[in-house]
Design a protein around this ligand. Structure first.
Ligand SMILES: [Zn+2]
Length: 300
């Protein structure tokens, strides 16, 4: 029996706990229903993140990853503040007010742009979210857009936590064009968030140690490849070189990519350029078609 039929009147958090524990009763779930933009709410939120601190020495936060699925600017800024203070990696997600586009973003304090460095909506569309949320205006809602963005968020979270594939630093979704812009955002040295500036300093200070560790790992790996990697390969798993992947299309067949597949990662700038030229082209096409129709009319 579908439990969501009985979630009317429940808080969103309790309904989520009920559904999730039905799916997997072995997972321990905690639900909080509070406004994190209040002083008290922020304290409870911070405590919930720090709770298992003692189990992981050297880490300020006790959780592996925070997923933000809030629907307003203030709440995002609060999640951003908490994660910057704790050095907590998090993923942000959102759907635009017209419900036809959305984004997901990975935020690693000090290493990537924080939400205050450059809010994704400003970056992707030139529209400031603060001016988007208008009092008394009901935002459009399209469950399909939300479903796609939620799916992308969970996929990225799985890749991050289970360490496979490419974890997208930023992935946009424009449902009208089925366009997925992606980009990387460096932190802003002039960010208005003090905790972000602190994390940026720490990141730069630890860079030499990180580079040395990466170099050592690379050297260890290259010396390993001289001998057989694993003698028993029960599942016949083989690693495909990235350069080989470039010549494979979606069916895994070597050769040119099918028409319409974009190989180069598009940037927001290119995306807007393409929109402009496409619009201009459509007008041109329409004019040509109109002229043809006129000519045909005159000829008859
Ligand atoms: Zn920042």
């Amino acid at each position: 029996m579908d439990n969501h039929l009985f979630s009317v009147g429940m808080t969103k958090t309790d309904a989520a706990v009920q559904t999730l524990s039905d799916i997997n009763p072995d997972v321990v779930l905690e639900s909080y229903s509070l406004n994190i933009t209040t002083v008290k709410g922020f304290e409870v939120f911070m405590e919930s993140l720090k709770r298992r601190f003692s189990q992981k020495s050297g880490q300020k936060s006790g959780v592996d990853l925070v997923l933000s699925c809030v629907d307003n600017y203030e709440a995002r800024m609060v999640v951003n503040q908490a994660c910057n203070e704790l050095g907590q990696t998090w993923m942000e997600s959102g759907v635009s007010e017209d419900a036809v586009s959305g984004h997901i973003q990975l935020l690693v304090p000090g290493e990537t742009a924080c939400f205050a460095c450059a809010p994704p909506l400003v970056v992707a569309s030139g529209v400031d979210e603060r001016t988007l949320k208008r009092e008394g205006v009901c935002a459009a809602s399209l469950p399909t857009t939300m479903g796609v963005v939620a799916g992308l968020l969970v996929q990225n979270a799985l890749k991050y936590l289970l360490k496979f594939g490419y974890v997208s630093p930023y992935l946009g979704y424009n449902s009208l064009k089925d366009f997925f812009p992606t980009m990387e955002m460096r932190p802003n040295p002039q960010c208005s968030n003090n905790a972000c500036i602190e994390r940026q300093k720490e990141y730069l200070q630890t860079k030499p140690a990180r580079d040395a560790a990466a170099k050592a790992k690379l050297e260890a790996e290259s010396s390993k490849t001289e001998g057989p990697l694993h003698m028993d390969n029960e599942w016949n798993i083989s690693v495909v070189d990235d350069s080989e992947m470039d010549t494979l299309n979606s069916c895994g067949v070597s050769g040119a990519l099918p028409e319409g597949l974009i190989h180069e990662l598009p940037t927001a700038e290119k995306y807007h350029e393409s929109l402009v030229t496409e619009e201009a082209k459509t007008v041109e096409d329409d004019l040509e078609e109109l002229q043809r129709q006129l000519d045909a009319l005159n000829a008859s």
